[in-house]
Design a protein around this ligand. Structure first.
Ligand code: ZN
Length: 102
């Protein structure tokens, strides 16, 4: 999938449109299937802005960065449990012995 920013030559409306590939854009433009949703003009051009392409490698990169994020959160969480565990542990010993000797 590829996302182009399209501009309407009549009203200068800029809008995003998805195409399965760059050839599909050319095809739809030639057949005058592209039209502005505001003024209905068919004078649509692709802007020079870089197209957004979704491909499998990009998704993979996103997954990896998400996994890294989760891992670092887990590390923080583990540290928290470790720090907290000591405190609870001491409390537990105190609580247990107070019950025992009471
Ligand atoms: Zn327009």
């Amino acid at each position: 999938m590829i996302k182009y920013k399209l501009i309407c030559k009549s009203c200068n409306n800029i809008f995003d449109s998805w195409f399965s590939n760059s050839k599909e854009y050319e095809k739809l433009k030639k057949k005058k299937y592209l039209n502005c949703y505001i003024c209905n003009s068919r004078e649509i051009e692709k802007t020079l802005m870089a197209p957004n392409v979704i491909n499998s490698s990009e998704v993979k990169t996103q997954d990896i960065s998400k996994i890294k994020e989760i891992k670092s959160k887990l590390r923080e969480f583990k540290k928290f449990i470790k720090d907290n565990f000591k405190y609870v542990g001491n409390e537990f010993v105190y609580e247990a012995s107070s019950i025992h000797y009471d």
